[in-house]
Design a binder for this molecule. Sequence first.
Ligand code: BG6
Length: 489
Amino acid sequence: MSTPPATTTTDTSATAPRPKPDNHVIVIFGITGDLARRKILPGLYHLAVAGLMPEKYRVVGCARPSSKMTDEEFRVYAFNAVSEFASDKPSGKEWEDFAACLTAAIDPDDGPTGLSAVVGNAEAAIGGAVRRLYHLAIPPDAMHDVIRLLGAKGLNQNARVICEKPFGTDLASAQKLNGDLEQFFDESQIFRIDHFLGKESIDNILALRFANELFEPLWRRGHVRYVQIDVPETLSIEGRGAFYEETGAFRDMVVTHLFQVLGILAMEQPTSMAAKPLRNEVNKVFESLRILDPVTVLRGQYVGYLDEPGVAQDSDTETFIALRAWVDNSRWMGVPFYLRTGKCLAESRQIITIGLREPVMEIFPDQKDGNHPDADRLIIDFKDPGSIHADFLVKQPGPEMHLGQARMNFYYRDSFQEKNNLEAYERLLLEVMLGNQALFTRSDGIERLWEVAAPLLERPRPIEYYKKGSWGPPSVADVVAPHRWTLPE
Ligand code: BG6
């Protein structure tokens, strides 16, 4: 007999009308890269299968001359990418219709297979008013040339641009990139993407906090002892040695994904879910973030990293990072936000813990002497499909008043129809096509995060080493002392 879901929910999503994006030409720069193969092409195909793509569209794969493809080669390449990474395997009419919309171009822009000609042909084939969408799935350094090319050729008209993370590598480079973009695009056309903001369970934090009166009154320093955002990964750098040497765990994960999650967790209630009020509130959190003190940031490297292809023999790039962040405002003053992430760790998890304070009066004998550490907490597991767990103390049945640990669980997979699921990239690509910037970072927000990070980038603490399959360097416990990491559970 199967166990019933722990929580009862009503799925009303089927009745909501879905807006349809305008007709689009979507150009992917970096088409031969990992991201295009793993996420963008499979994501666009899933949107097509789900009926969420525009009525008419073309997808242009743009590559450097050294890896240029014909249209036919691009379709085979896309077929392989979708077969390997999409939940919907490519087949039948659905695939044929999608494949017919794929076309290849080369950058730099010249001749009939150059970008201007290919975009022009795609627009003519669609007919009428067509929007342009450029996805810059390329490293920050490579973005400048592409942005200038788009501007010089007038391809920036009627266009939106997606910039991949990390957005720059420090404050100066982020400012430069913002400056370049602003020459040719208005801020309303620029979408700085961070796929953690497209995860259902991260978006759900807004619903959890602001659609209920159960949690929000507690969501502040008077009740919260600490917050943890913990994203350990079992995977290694997966052959991305050259990329990782430039990036490291802090730029790859913290200044991007983990800080964005922190913004959503710590923000005040926006006046609505529209982009402007929502991003205003997240940016206020970033403004209140205390500048990082490098001495308190633990940087780790797994033993064996130096043997990875593309890694320097004396590399001090961190593959692990753990730190305390502080949000110095009236809601969060004095509450530590513990952040941890790293490669080759013991488990792949993505969890947030809101650790609650102990009650002022300890009227139960069991409560004394720290018998129940971390008894009272909320855990949000945001690895898709995601779940939420509330830990609390209850009376154990029996004649005596003995306290016992209890847990209340909500699992997305048991409660809502999976068919409605959009993977993070899919959701965000759709939002860009609809022109909704709510889940994208603003230029001032991103520059503030680099400002917060500056001392760490300038004066990093020496690396500490850890074994593959562990939870990081042994001193990781010190980062959260006197508290404890929720993981391992
Ligand atoms: C990417 C990082 O942005 O996010 C990777 O570059 C990381 O290093 C990945 O593994 C984690 O995201 P997810 O949501 O796919 O687990």
